[in-house]
Design a protein around this ligand. Structure first.
Ligand code: FAD
Length: 468
């Protein structure tokens, strides 16, 4: 990164390094460090498996992703890892979606958002020119720290930015890129996240027939499993970290889940990958760190695998988006994906009328689909949880799904940890970068970059580039 003072990091390849979290960011960091000769690495993981938000389940012969699904054209670091750790994955174009604007009518995305192509093209060109004018050309995802003047010009939310620069014709693009990916609403999420995650290349790709969106066939978690298998680093699963002290080295106090005895282990360097605001209870963050990380906020995201004995009411593509309650009600069901139909490219009337359903070896034929819901309220609160389940089952009823049965439901806390507009204008993302290594600690993962698998890999590359 041009003009950036080199960051601090581990002093020698013999240093003992602790990485907290065996999600994509933690595993990829371990891989990058091992490649550079660091051999004394231990990963602490609170769950029983690697992968973090890339959990995938093989169910009825199809991989169901309960976290990460899509890739965009900018995902070059991810594609390189998929190729390097090839475990039989395929990257395939994402199918188009059908959009329900109410419970009765559906359309294509272009029709549903009443997009005028000439206006979209014209606004795209102006967005691309503005982007170049503000940030120039740069490598990677996070641009070098912009001047205070540029940060002021891109201040506020995505909506503020689009209105300020007369770019509201691009709203559908950002609505799909942000709201439909549960990255908050356009009048809350900082414009800078849009400018980093939707650079000119993504805007151009959105106008192509495949919209520049792809998916991985084979389960994202398997990429993480393959990385963890091949890097040969000690991973301690089911750990419950009680405290991390950073005086005279790093001292981690932890329990193994279900066992009362307390263990202590000492390290020379610490790498934190979970969302920084999830660590307040265990980290000895100092005032400088707290001044930045207390600004972080996040959402919650649920995915549910549901079986039903009839196709019910369907649109024309096996990925359906339900817009009508999305902005009005928390945890409305807003996406449905039928992965068997996606994998087998079943669309049109074949899909709508259920002519090519998933058939088990025993001859049973039924629908298995994944439903998405997200919100701000804590889903572990009983009243919030009962609203969530009620919304899900009401939706299944509205769409005539016969005898629906919940197979698995995953709730993600700390989804899309992000800085609000004021903190971004103050330079929070670059303040974190300047602080890297200062307290024998690197901060990685989605809370200091962006909630996408490519963003966390990109950020690790940035640290590698600045440190080595
Ligand atoms: C529902 C959903 C859909 C998504 N869709 C996409 C998509 O389509 N495309 C895309 O690019 N990205 C998508 N993402 C985002 C992507 O999955 C994440 O950005 C990525 O997984 C972040 O990696 P990470 O390592 O930073 O964090 P995580 O994946 O969250 O991993 C953090 C790890 O740290 C562990 N941990 C947390 N706290 C502690 C602790 N105190 N002690 C020990 N271990 C701890 C966790 O168990 C976890 O294993 C999606 C995410 C979700 C949840």
């Amino acid at each position: 990164m041009q003009g950036h003072p080199r960051i601090k990091g581990p002093r020698s390849v013999h240093d003992r390094i602790a990485i907290v979290g065996a999600g994509p960011a933690g595993l990829h960091m371990a891989y990058e460090l091992k490649r550079r000769g660091f051999h004394n690495i231990v990963i602490f993981e609170s769950r029983h498996e690697v992968g973090g938000k890339t959990t995938s389940r093989l169910y009825r012969n199809v991989w169901h992703d309960l976290g990460t699904i899509n890739l965009a054209v900018t995902y070059d670091k991810t594609v390189a890892l998929v190729e390097k750790f090839n475990a039989g994955f395929d990257i395939i174009p994402n199918p188009p979606s059908s959009i329900w604007s109410n419970r009765q009518e559906f359309n294509s995305a272009f029709e549903a958002f009443s997009v005028s192509l000439p206006k979209l093209l014209e606004a795209s060109e102006r967005y691309i020119a503005l982007h170049k004018c503000f940030f120039g050309t740069y490598d990677g995802e996070l641009m070098p720290r912009p001047s205070p003047d540029i940060l002021y010009r891109v201040r506020g939310t995505i909506d503020d930015f689009l209105v300020r620069y007369n770019l509201t014709d691009l709203r559908p693009l950002f609505f799909i890129g942000f709201v439909v990916n549960a990255y908050g609403s356009l009048n809350e999420t900082s414009a800078l996240y849009a400018l980093t995650f939707v650079p000119p290349a993504v805007v151009r790709s959105f106008l192509r027939p495949d919209r520049g969106l792809y998916r991985l066939r084979g389960g994202w978690q398997n990429l993480c499993r393959e990385i963890s298998r091949r890097i040969n680093v000690e991973i301690r699963f089911n750990v419950n970290i009680k405290h991390i002290h950073r005086e005279n080295g790093i001292r981690i106090l932890f329990q193994e889940k279900h066992f009362p005895s307390l263990h202590v282990d000492n390290f020379d360097f610490l790498i934190l990958s979970p969302s920084m605001n999830s660590l307040f209870g265990i980290m000895d963050f100092n005032p400088r760190e707290l001044a930045i990380f207390t600004h972080l906020r996040n959402l919650y995201f649920l995915k549910s695998i549901v079986n039903s004995i009839s196709p019910g009411r369907r649109a024309l593509y096996p990925c359906e988006v339900f817009l009508y309650d999305l902005q009005r009600e928390q945890y409305s069901v807003y996406v449905y994906i039928n992965l068997h139909q996606v994998e087998n490219n079943v669309t049109g009337l074949d899909y709508q009328q259920g002519r090519r359903e998933n058939t088990d070896r025993d001859g049973s034929t039924y629908e298995t689909s994944v439903y998405h819901q997200f919100g701000k309220a804590n889903p572990w609160k009983r009243d919030v949880n009962s609203d969530i389940q009620r919304n899900l089952f009401q939706h299944l009823k509205d769409f005539n799904k016969g005898n629906p049965e919940l197979v698995e439901q995953v709730t993600w806390s700390y989804y899309f940890p992000n800085f609000p507009p004021e903190a971004i204008t103050e330079g929070a993302l670059w303040d974190v970068l300047d602080m890297q290594g200062m307290y024998n600690t690197w901060y990685i993962g989605s809370s200091v970059s962006f909630e996408s698998i490519e963003s966390v890999f990109e950020y690790n590359h940035l640290l590698m580039k600045l440190f080595f």
